[in-house]
Design a protein around this ligand. Sequence first.
Ligand code: 4AZ
Length: 837
Amino acid sequence: MNSARYHGTNQERVVFLNSKEKSAQKRTGIVVAILVALLVLLAVAAFLIWFFVFKDDDPKNTHSMLLNPKVKVFSGHMKLDGVNYDEELEDTTSQKFKDSAEKLESLLGEYYNNDPLLTNYYKESVVTAFSEGVLAYYWSRFEIPVADLEIAAEVSEERVLNLLEEAITIQSPKRSVNDIKVTSITCSFTDGRMARKPTAEDCFYRLEADEAAKNFSSPGYPDRYPPKSYCQWQIRAARENAISVSFPVFHVEDDCKDDFVQIFDSLSPDDSQAITLQCGKRPSSNPLSVVSSGNIILISFIADNSVQQPGFEAEYKVIPKAQVLQCGGDYTANTGKFTSPLYPSFYPNAMDCKWTIRVSPGEKIRVRFNMFRLKEPKVDVRKCHKDYVEVMGKRYCGELSSLSLTSTTNVLEVTFHSDESYTDKGFSAEYSSYSPSNPCPGEFACNNGMCISTNLRCDGWNDCGDTSDEKGCKCGSDQFNCSNGLCKPKMWLCDHSNDCGDGSDEKHCSCEPNEWRCGNGICLDQSVRCDNKRDCEDGSDEASCESSPDLCSIYSFKCTNGQCVNKVNAECDRVNDCSDDSDEAFCDCGTRPFKLNRIVGGQNAEHGEWPWQVSLHFQTMGHVCGASVISDKWLLSAAHCFQVPRSPAHLEPASWTTYSGLQTQQQIWDALMRKVKRIIPHPDYNLFTNDYDIALLELSEPLEFSNTIQPICLPSSSHVFPAGMSCWVTGWGTLREGGNLATVLQKASVKMINDTVCEQVMQSMITSRMLCSGFLSGGVDACQGDSGGPLVCFEESGKWFQAGVVSWGEGCARRNKPGIYTRVTKLRKWIKETTGV
Ligand code: 4AZ
C-alpha cells in the first residue's frame, strides 16, 4: 500500500521535472533500488537463519522449540573407582573438587575426540557435583554450526552414549591404575537451559535436608517470577535417608515448553533419571509431592520470557530410606487396603513391590483400585513396559478411572514396578474376600467385582460400569429382550434408535418373532443373523457380530483402508481391530492430565477438569457461548451462536475471542487466548427448527496443548451412546432459567434419554440430528450461555468422547423438558470433510 502511494505522487511530480533533475532522480532511484535489494537479501538471510536455528530437529527434546538446536547438551553421571569420597568433594570451591572435576572433564574431552564426528562439535564438559558411591555428575555441550545443520541429528544421545560406554570399557591401563577409573556412565539429551556451572551464583543453591522441614521458593515468590529464570536446587541428605520435596503452592505457566519444574533422582538434569516434569497450576487438594530413591535430589526451574505466574513454594525434609523402600506385604485379613509406596506422594523410582493376599480356602478376592495413575511420557499403555501394576499376568499402566478385579483362587498377588525414570501418584486399592457361592451378600455381584444394590439389576441402566447388571436379565412384561442380553422398555422398540447397542431393538419391527428385520424393513429368517454373510442390503444382519469381520453396515466402524469392524465403539479402545490399526490411530484426545484423586462435591469444576472446554467471548460482551477443542486449530460449537438474528457481527470472525484452559471468567489472563480465522456454520442449519445446530471455528493461530488444554475425542458415526448412559455437560451458562451467568465453570451429570421418550415429551420437535439428555424429573440441565459447549461421555476405553453440542431446550431444568443437543455422530462426516479432524 505504501509504495503504491509513493509512486502515485512521484508520477505527478515528474511532469514538472527538467532532464537534469530527471537523471539525478534516476541515480537516486538506482541507489534506493540497491538499498531495497540489500534489505530484501538481509531479510531472506535472517529468515533462513531463524528457520534452521529454531527448527526442532530432535523430536525427543520437548523443550527445545525455543532453543538453538545447534547447541546440544547431554548430561548424566559416572560411577568412579579410585576416588576416596570425602565431604570436601561436596564443596565445589574445595581444591579436591576442582582437581577431580578437572580430571574428569579432560577425560570426557578425550573420549569425545575419539569420534571423528563428535570431535568437530564438542565444546566443553562440566562436572557439577559428586556424591557418595562415588558418583560424578556432568554435562557436555556440543555446538553444530549452521552450515552443518543437516547432520545435527547425528549428534544424538545414542551416538554419545555408545561412544562413552565403549570408551570406559577400553580405558588406558595407565589411567585406570594411577588415576580415576570410570566403571559406568549414563547420558541423556537435556534442555541446555538446565546446564549450570557449579560456580554459577544466580539462582543455584546447594541445600542439606534434615528431619526438620525447610523451605525454598521460586524467584520473586509470591509475586510473579521474572522472565528467563533458570534455577536449580541441589539437595543432599545423610546416606541412610531419602529426601521428600512437596509443593504446598504450585502455579507455573500452563505450557511446559516455556516454564516448568523438573525434578531428578540425580544431581544432574539427566532425563533417564527424571522423577517428574510439571507445569500449570495445581489445586491445593492435589499437591505435588515427590521422594528421591537415594540421598540426593535436583529441582530445576525454567521460566522463559512468556507470561509469568507466582511460581512455587517447596518444603523439603528427610525420610528414612528404609521407609521409602518399604512396600508390599502379606495380607490375611478378610478386607484391607494397600497403596503404591508413599501414596499420595509420587512413588519413588526403581521400586519393586509385591502384595500377597491370602484369604480362607474356598473364598475369592475382589480388588478395587479407587485411584490409578501410572502415567509416563512415551509409554504404550497396551504394553506397559515402564511402570506398571501386574495382577493375574496382566499389566496395567496409564490412567484408569476405575479398575476392579476378582481372583480365581483364595490367593491374589499384586506386583508393582517402577523403573528409573518418571513417577506418578500411583494407586490406592481396597480388597475384600467373598464366598464364590455368595459373592455379594444381599447385593448383586457385577462381573468386575463390584457389588451393587439388587434393585439396580435389570433396571435398564448400566450401574456396574461393565453392563453386567443388565446382561442375561429376565425382562419384565413391559420390557424387550435385546440380543446382547440387555432389557429395555418395550416402548423403545422400533423407534429408529439403537437403544440395545447392538441394534436388535430396531430389527424385528414389523417382522415375525423368528425373523430378522433389515435396516430397510425387509424381514428375513432369523438364521441370517451373524452368519458371516451379508443378507440384508445394508448389512445390518451382521452388525456388531464379532464373528463377521469384514462385512460393512452403518453399524460398522470403517477403518481407513476400507475394512469394516463389527464391534460396538471399536475406536480408541486399546485393541487393534483394523488391520491398518486406524481404529487406534487418532487417539491423542479425551484425557485429563489433571485428573484428581478425589471426587469434588458441588458443581464447580476444578481447573483442568474439562480441558477441552472453551469460552467464546463476543466483542466486549464477555462470555456468550461455549465450544470444545477438537484439534489444535479447530473448535466445535453451535451454529445458533453465530446467527444473523443475533446481529450480523456474530458471523464476523473478528468479533470473537476464544479462551481455552479457563476455569474462572474473572481470570481470563490465565487462559490461552486465540482469535478466530473462520466461522463455518453447518450449511443446513435451520434457525426455526434448530436442526443441524453445529459450527466449526478455525483458529487464527494453533493452540498449545497442556495440562489444562486438550482435545476431546470425536466419536465415529457408528459410535453408540446408549440411553441411560451418564454423561457430563459443562459451561458458564446461567445458573438457573433467567439467572446470571456462572463465573466458575460448571459441570453437571446428565443421562442419555431414549429418542422415542424424548420425541414424546418434546412434541416431535426432535430430528435425527438431535439427542436429549438430562432428567425427565428436571433439576439438572444446560442453560442459556452453555450453548455450543460439549456433552461428553467417559468410555470404558478410558477416554472421553463428545456425544453432543448444547443446542436448545424449553427453558432450563424443567420437568419433562430435557436439554436438546446436536448429535455429533450424525455430523461426524461433515466435521471430517470440513476440517480433516
Ligand atoms: C440457550 O438459550 C439454551 N435447557 C441452551 C440450552 C438449553 C436451553 C437454552 C437447555 O442457549
